[in-house]
Design a protein around this ligand. Sequence first.
Ligand code: ATP
Length: 663
Amino acid sequence: VSLQSYDPKALPPYWQSGKPTPFAIIASSLRSISLDKGRIAASDALANLLRSVLLHFPADILSAVYLLSGTVAPSFEGLELGVGGQVIVKAAREVSGVTTAEVKRLLDEKGDLGDAVMEMKIKQTTLFKLPPLTVSSVFTTLRSLAQLKGANSQATRQQRIQRLLSAAQGEEVRWLVRILTGNLRSGTAKLTLLGALAKAAVANREWDDPQGGKRRGAWNKVVERTKEMEAVLRSCWSVCPSWDILVPALFDPQFDPLTLSERLRVHLHIPIRPMLGKITKDLPEALDKLDGLSYVADWKYDGQRAQIHWGGGVATIFSRHLENNTGKFFDVVNMIPQACVPTTSSFILDAEIVAIDGETGKHKPFQVLSNRPKKTQGELADLKGSDVCVYPFDLLYLNGESLMQKPLRERLHLLHASFSPVRHRFQFTNQLLDAAQDDVETFLSDALAGGAEGLMLKLLDEPPEEKKAERGALLATYEPDKRCNSWLKVKKDYSDSFRTFDLVVIGAWWGNGRKAGWYSPFLLACWNPKTERYESVCKVMSGFTDDFYREQLTAFTRENGMISPKRPSGYEVDDHLTPDMWFEPVHIWEIRGADLTLSPTHSAARGVVEPTSGRGVSLRFPRFVRVRTDKGLEDVTTSMESMYIYVFSGQVGLGVLTHHLWK
Ligand code: ATP
């Protein structure tokens, strides 16, 4: 039902206005989205559901959003459900009385734990009917499961899951299990949910207005304002990726939802999605892009990105992917007061944490950082000799004020005025301000000789209007979650050898010979943000150790929901490239290739490089480099990036590029 023709007043028979929202309505929405009728239909279905909740039981709106996103807390709180398949199977057997052999048969037949448990429940004969599940009771129980700790937690977890499964009916069972395993598989991608929230917020005000009713001409206004609202919401999400703050502020009846970005402050201890750099082929290309503009050249250190929040004497450190890394870097936390000048009371720093030799200050490879345990008892002995140095490169917030709207020159000035270096622990980055082109060349050689990955060239001041129009996306402000032309990466990789790609693993075949019983090769894909689909780009079978192959057998199992029974709807893969099993898109691997080539089988950037033949781009001689746990799905190399690299690596002439830009 489209957004316009949906009537939020017409409720299903099991829900009365003013009564808590039934969980069944969430399950039925997730079901309809999983039928894959496209992104617009999915976002309409979600928006309609949210409109009903807003009208009949607004207190449930936050719990509903969490359940629809399959989460129970913001990612940076580190509260994850991830209930193992075994616990769910045990609970389901207790509830339904099904035998172990029957469970196995159902799992084999359905290939999905949610579907199998739903089938088990159908076989159950119930004497007592439990009260129906509500959105708030399910959310509260799930959150409590994620918080369970200690000796009896496993038994308590199972008991609570049993209680939920006993009360769940039909579709509710399937979606409950999928949320529990942290694997929703229903296409409620973050962008779809943000789009649905935008639609619901505007329609709720302009269209469903209980006082005014549906006024003439109001629909056009809804459409227009929804587009604006979506952009506002996306930018708010990049500054404050927390439903806890965004959802109540968005639906606050006192305000027009379109004023959300004006009302939203930067929150200390809530991560800002980091600004990202654009790749360039080599230094001349980067310098060319910034020709005539003021810029700073910064060493690009090879470590781990850290966003350091400090306020009220408390520090929080977030990874590039917004995980809470405070425990991992407790030595950095202890060092912070030494690095602050007396007037610095609160701040948000963007920095690179680099492994070093604590005595000499010499840099160590990035991999050393992974030896650090994720959570420590705060004992120096836990660090296994992996000392680190913090290299701050940006200041986003200082003493209660956001600096993101200030140009980089001013932010850097404040950065240097607010901190002082601590030997081998906190150092300003090696930097060339307003440099001449020749000096930057020498600076790049120095950086590479000094163990850095290359340089970051960043725009310092807001460019004149005509330059902005000419070159696009040139902003000296801090732009959360954006890859802008104002941050350019120059890496050794791009000029010396072929660059690496961050790709998502979407499937695998069973190996032969020595690799029999293991997954090999794996199928990898890039991401097309326009269609929101993963497009296959290569098969990988080299660069792995035997241990790695073994680990993958436990990383991708049916029980943990990582193997999908059928091709997930968001995968663009040719039929004759169908792997033995499809994987859920979770693991991101860095892959190096010899070059890119046009391919009749792979679908990355299909129709762009060669509009007529329909060939896509594929990576030749791909080799696994490392797992990128620090990256999220939104960081996967996009099909367009691979196409550009294909073009820039001289494979096709400028005509193709012009054709693409023209399109
Ligand atoms: P890569 O895979 O090249 O490390 P990325 O995709 O993780 O890059 P980008 O924004 O594209 O992230 O590249 C910038 C990265 O380089 C930052 O995430 C940060 O971790 C690192 N870095 C090191 N030194 C600097 C610096 N001086 N300024 C900005 N980023 C830096």
